[in-house]
Design a protein. Structure first.
Length: 146
């Protein structure tokens, strides 16, 4: 990570940490009951929909990873890998936990979250203070006269 900015390093570390938490929660049989308990304790007027939580979790991971990478190609490939990881986790859930089941709806929410995270990351990368030369087309110079 030699030439990475401190913001890029922080983003990558945050993505890794969030990824570990999402991974642990994905295989934990207690995660659904913990979410329900948090809802009751917070006296939330909104129900924390499982699909929304999936989408938000994968959005956050993808956004942090895309902010830590340079170049649109690297960002898109990372998002594709994250989407595949989210599908693999969903497929493995019934095998590695006793109460979790495979749900196509969760995969759809995961992929929507990854796509939204990639879109936000690409938009953020195009802002003037985040743009790098791998995202820009070279500006042709007029031929010199004389």
């Amino acid at each position: 990570m030699g030439d990475r900015s401190s913001a890029e390093r922080v983003s990558l570390v945050a993505a890794a940490g969030l990824g570990v938490l999402v991974g642990i929660a994905s295989f934990s049989d207690r995660a659904p009951s913990l979410i329900a308990r948090a809802e009751r304790r917070l006296h939330s007027p909104w129900h924390l929909d499982d699909s929304a939580l999936h989408a938000l979790g994968w959005l956050a991971i993808t956004l942090l990873v895309t902010l830590a990478l340079r170049g649109a190609w690297a960002r898109r490939n990372a998002a594709a890998g994250i989407a595949l990881l989210s599908v693999a986790i969903e497929v493995l859930q019934p095998m590695l936990s006793s109460h979790r089941v495979f749900q196509v709806r969760d995969i759809a929410a995961n992929v929507i979250g990854v796509a939204a995270g990639l879109a936000l990351g690409l938009i953020t990368a195009k802002t003037p203070d985040r743009r790098d030369e791998t995202d820009c087309m070279p500006v042709p110079r007029p031929p010199e006269l004389g």
